[in-house]
Design a protein around this ligand. Sequence first.
Ligand code: ADP
Ligand code: MG
Length: 462
Amino acid sequence: MKGRLRSSVGEDVYSSWFARMDLESVQPESVHLSVPTRFLKSWIQTHYSDKVLTCWQAEMPEVHRIDLTVRTAMRCAAPVKEAPAPVEQRRDDGRPAPELRATAIAPVSASHDALGGSPLDPRLTFGSFVIGRSNTLAHAAARQVAEGRRGDAVMFNPLYIHAGVGLGKTHLLQAVTWAGNSGTERKVLYLTAEKFMYGFVAALKTQTALAFKEALRGIDVLVIDDLQFLQGKTTQAEFCHTLNALIDAGRQVVIAADRPPSDLESLDERVRSRLAGGLVVEMASLGEELRLGILKSRVLAARAHHASFDVPAPVLDYLARTITHNGRDLEGAINRLLAHSKLNAQPVTLEMAEREVRDLIRPQEPKRIKIEDIQRVVARQYNVSRSDLLSSRRTANVVRPRQVAMYLAKTLTLRSLPEIGRRFGGRDHTTVLHAVRKIEALVAKDVALSDEVELLKRQLQE
Ligand code: ADP
Ligand code: MG
């Protein structure tokens, strides 16, 4: 029978899940099998119960039922303090008994460093995470997860956070890990996808795959960073199993990746949909305000060790405005300023900042400006309504703003004169041309107007 099962599921699966399965008794219509842990039991039940039954029926067609139970811990090879009662598993609550930890993790964690988790950076906590428009939701969800207690209902599972490079994914995940491990009695494990792969592959090599899996399931919150790096069929299958097992057991899973689940092409469709079935949150690029906040918190952190270090407000503004790409560049900029001011014993100045961070500044993609935006901004500036601009009213307080708006539409967009005329209440292209000429002429001699127009341009280009 074991041979049949082995050839039916393959050597890998067999040795992972069935090597420690024992036959307890055989009745006319049922077979009683046992495994050493609850987890193994639920795993086999959810994934292989049909297979096991089929294999028995091939030899004993009258068998209709397989009973699978957990052997008491006394019979396990591993020493455990508390012998869990022989449990008849109840699938209705889906929550593993508390002894799962004692039996599964105790013998394993000592011998298995793959589960030590990936190293954590002590600076990446909720305390240093700056909240802005682009990450409010992700932050709130992460906090919620971090504050959960063992046994709490899991609200969103998995929590899946995706964002481009340097937008704070790792920061948020590590914050969850720190908070979870210090505040509550839960065990939170942070693993990069690479570490997950490495741990699993290493475990396979040393034949401790089973122990690895069991230990993995002894945790309350599994945090996996950079899921897009998960590669290899076996690892992915294993990840899929782990994910399902944890979620089914009511444990929290938190994942970060650089793309949404649907774009993880190398992953199986079922895994993708499972990933998408929890809460998927995107963190957008950092806005200028958020960038400024991050810079300030970085300076503050640096000052803890270098009291004399200071970055004047105009320099911070300059950096926040020009380093638009990501959080890593912001951090890099502050580090350079710190290094430079220390080495040369000089205070940080704007010139120095400009020189030091030149290569971190990427040429901004010219933003595409819409005519509606122009109309909105101009209307606000001159305190008229947008419909006033589009109307046929000719009072001075609307004529000038309208001309300015048409002028901006011509200079800031690629729209043609007739198109612009159409968008301004169906005016003729000659009217637009007249407006453009008029404002050009005025700007050349009227400093106040010229400043006004510059200001409007800047607002629109931001
Ligand atoms: P990712 O993992 O998304 O590539 P990280 O979490 O490594 O990005 O963030 C890159 C850098 O930017 C880190 O130094 C991080 O602390 C910082 N950072 C990003 N977002 C924030 C934020 N909201 N608050 C504070 N620091 C941030
Ligand atoms: Mg990261």
